[in-house]
Structures are given as C-alpha cells and as structure tokens.
Design a protein. Structure first.
Length: 153
C-alpha cells in the first residue's frame, strides 16, 4: 500500500505511523523520517514551499513505487507539506513498513534521499531580512546517487 499526501495542514506523526501498519501482523518493522524547518537566524524566519499540484503527486508516487519495487514493503507513506512554515514546523514524513527492519530502514533512507533531489518543490527561505530560493546541494545529489544500484529483494 502506497500513500502520498501533499497538504498545507500539519500531520500527527503518531496517528500516521499507527495507521501505516494497523491490522497487518506481518509487519515486523516501521521506519520513519520527519523533516523540520530550521531556524534561519532572523526574527521572522520562515520557509515557503511551492509546488505544481498534480505533477508533485505523480512524482512522489513514482518515487514511492520505486521504493516498493526495490524492497519488500507492506506499506509506504509520504506526506509533504507546502505553504509558509515556521521554525519547528514539520515539512515531511516518510515512513515504511516491512516484515524486516533492514528493508524498512533502507527504503526509508532511499525515499528521503530521492525526495530531496527529485521531488518538484521550490523552497524560499526568509530570515526576516533576506529571501533566497534554496539551491540544489551537491551533498543531496551524492546521497541520492548511492541508490543507483538496485538492491536484492
């Protein structure tokens, strides 16, 4: 089961993780990553995320499908927020459920690495004094590149 949500509103991590494996006693491990907005150091720090509805859901679903193709997952969840967010706000939740922890952990790491480089979001950081569009980072590309080989199922 793959679930992708693109939303403005916050999410409840506990409720989302509980729902991921609810009723499935074959799940032996759930792995998750939650991304938060960092304080950019100014008095009115914020981050604004923009996206193209339709295109974003399609791309995030394709990334989740690739994870499910590479690892034996019982469930995969991607929630990504958009709009203006403040320091400490949740941006993204990635969670995977599998019979074995190795698959859940690897798939979760894969998902967040690929989301950082392949998800069509544009981020505007505002520290209260200056506004800057976030550029792609070489370190994010390097993290995503480690997944070029398909691991065995």
């Amino acid at each position: 089961m793959i679930t992708v949500k693109i939303q403005r509103e916050d999410f409840d991590i506990g409720a989302e993780l509980a729902a991921l494996s609810a009723g499935n006693t074959q799940v032996g491990g759930v792995a998750s990553f939650t991304g938060l907005v960092r304080d950019m150091g100014g008095p009115d720090s914020s981050m604004t995320l923009e996206h193209y509805p339709g295109m974003t859901e399609k791309q995030l679903t394709a990334i989740a499908q690739e994870a499910a193709r590479r690892w034996p997952l019982d469930a995969c969840l991607v929630i990504h927020r958009f709009g203006r967010l403040l320091p400490g706000d949740r941006i993204v939740l990635v969670a995977t459920a599998s019979a074995h922890r190795e698959a859940a952990l690897a798939a979760c790491a894969f998902l967040i690495d690929w989301l950082k480089t392949k998800a069509p979001f544009w981020k505007l950081e505002d520290d209260g004094r200056t506004r800057n569009w976030v550029e792609a980072k070489d370190s994010d590309d390097a993290a995503a590149a480690r997944w070029t080989a398909t691991p065995p199922r």
